[in-house]
Design a protein around this ligand. Structure first.
Ligand SMILES: *[C@@H]1O[C@H](CO)[C@@H](O)[C@H](O)[C@H]1NC(C)=O
Ligand SMILES: *[C@@H]1O[C@H](CO)[C@@H](O)[C@H](O)[C@H]1NC(C)=O
Ligand SMILES: *[C@@H]1O[C@H](CO)[C@@H](O)[C@H](O)[C@H]1NC(C)=O
Ligand SMILES: *[C@@H]1O[C@H](CO)[C@@H](O)[C@H](O)[C@H]1NC(C)=O
Length: 429
């Protein structure tokens, strides 16, 4: 369990990186109440023989990651007032972000065309199905983008909410018998967050070989699962292996605090790999039905200066080709995820050979696509009208999450194509 060698500069960036979001975390979730004005759709007839939509014309082997952002002057599918499910901190339009250029780009893969998101196509593809977003606040960010895109065509009704800050929620598109839900699980594996009732004061407690039961126990109810994690692994933590009963300490990260100093610093990359492996293995092991499992790869942050000074992520347009290279950490996190998806695919081939129904696992490889969009974060507009009284000395910036509408809508455009391919394959059986 050796940490790869880093140049000193990387280590410093790395340490800073862990500090920046601490203050942001309490802002990560207060969800907005959803407009609950759509009860009339509840009594729906059961009339849904779904047709598998043709995927003719869509290149099967298109590499969606390989492409560029091009300008697109069409109006966005939804906006800060038309969608009721945008978390306050990401509603850049409503919070007075003055520039609008960041709204007018679309992702153009090199090998194929990526059609604009069509909500009715998506709803028809997942008719009678349940799509669950599982992970941290970026999973929630992607979920809210999808909800906004879909509810531009059909009303969403919040049918369930639970947990502190409504970390577990489910919406229903009753016309299509579609459920969309979100599960808070920032490590995917079993973790006890620091400062919580059972937790350590300064360290998260992670059990690297135990999948988080909050989602794992609900797995049988999911048709499509979208995992998205990463940022929480940068925080101080003590790692355990060998199941949750045997508290064998594997090592720790930021060991100097609390009583952790008697453990070995092992960084977080290897632990992140184990967490992803444990989680994908859980899905393969259970192999319940024709599930589609999508792992959205690491979404880079874009802090350029101090996180609480004006101009922490000041860009107003995407990076140009070759303008700035990706950070080592972003590349490494992505690589781990892509590798583990490949590994899980092999596991499926071996374990599920004889089964008719097969779990399908794919990476939604957005890291580079996201990296290019330093202009897409709320920055100071995580709060409403931050400069109403001039530029204050200190202003909080969110350079991690994405404005809605914004670049993250493109992740769901690609997700639609993945779902389409999956339906085409499972529909043939
Ligand atoms: C897809 O394109 C990206 C960016 O050019 C590249 O890094 C990646 O290896 C490609 N993936 C495959 C499966 O060829
Ligand atoms: C937002 O969308 C709604 C509905 O499409 C439209 O009436 C409204 O003018 C839009 N607002 C902005 C600021 O574009
Ligand atoms: C959606 O959720 C409702 C409960 O809110 C449940 O009765 C229904 O079976 C679910 N449908 C799917 C497709 O998961
Ligand atoms: C660290 O070592 C001390 C003394 O050896 C021990 O009392 C303490 O429980 C250890 N801390 C942890 C977290 O294991």
């Amino acid at each position: 369990m050796k940490q790869p060698q880093f140049p000193l500069k990387k280590l410093i960036t790395w340490a800073l990186y862990a500090l920046i979001p601490l203050a942001l975390f309490h802002l990560y979730f207060y969800p907005l109440p959803l407009q609950q004005n759509q009860k009339q759709q509840q009594q729906q007839q059961q009339h849904h023989h779904h047709k598998v939509l043709s995927t003719k014309g869509i290149s099967r082997n298109c590499n969606y990651t390989d492409g560029r952002w091009v300008q697109d002057h069409r109006p966005t599918i939804y906006n800060g007032t038309s969608c009721g499910t945008i978390k306050d901190g990401q509603n850049c339009m409503a919070h007075g972000r003055p520039d609008t250029g960041y709204l007018h780009w679309r992702w153009q893969p090199r090998q194929c065309k990526l059609p604009r998101f069509n909500p009715l196509t998506f709803l028809n593809l997942i008719r009678n199905k349940h799509i669950a977003f599982v992970g941290d606040s970026l999973a929630r960010n992607q979920l809210e983008s999808l909800l906004c895109l879909l509810s531009s065509a059909s009303p969403a009704e919040l049918v369930y909410k639970n947990g502190e800050d409504n970390k577990f929620r489910r919406w229903s598109f009753s016309e299509y018998q579609v459920n969309v839900s979100v599960f808070w699980s920032p490590f995917l594996i079993k973790g006890v967050e620091k400062g919580s009732d059972y937790g350590l004061k300064n360290h998260n407690k992670l059990f690297v070989d135990v999948a988080d039961e909050k989602w794992a126990s609900e797995l049988h109810g999911f048709d499509v699962i979208v995992f998205s994690v990463g940022h929480w692994f940068l925080h101080p933590a003590i790692y355990y292996e060998g199941g949750e009963e045997n508290e064998n300490v594997l090592g720790c990260h930021h060991c100097r605090e609390e009583n952790a100093f008697n453990h070995t610093e092992i960084g977080f990359f290897d632990v992140f790999r184990k967490a992803v492996r444990t989680s994908l293995h859980e899905v393969v092991r259970k192999g319940l039905n024709d599930q589609l499992v999508v792992l959205t790869t690491f979404s880079p942050a874009h802090f350029e200066g101090e996180w609480d000074k004006a101009g922490a992520c000041p860009k107003t347009e995407p990076y140009k080709e070759g303008e700035k290279g990706m950070e080592y950490m972003d590349m490494e996190m992505r690589k781990i995820e892509v590798d583990e998806v490949e590994r899980a695919k092999k596991e499926i081939e071996e374990k599920m050979m004889m089964k008719k129904k097969k779990v399908k696992i794919e990476a939604l490889d957005v890291t580079r696509i996201a990296w290019l969009r330093g202009d897409g974060h709320p920055g100071p507009y995580m709060h409403a009208f931050p400069f109403a009284n001039g530029v204050p000395e200190r202003v909080q910036n969110d350079c991690v999450h994405w404005c809605l509408p914004g670049p993250i809508d493109a992740w769901n455009e690609i997700l639609l194509q993945m779902v389409k391919r999956w339906r085409d394959q499972t529909g043939k059986r």
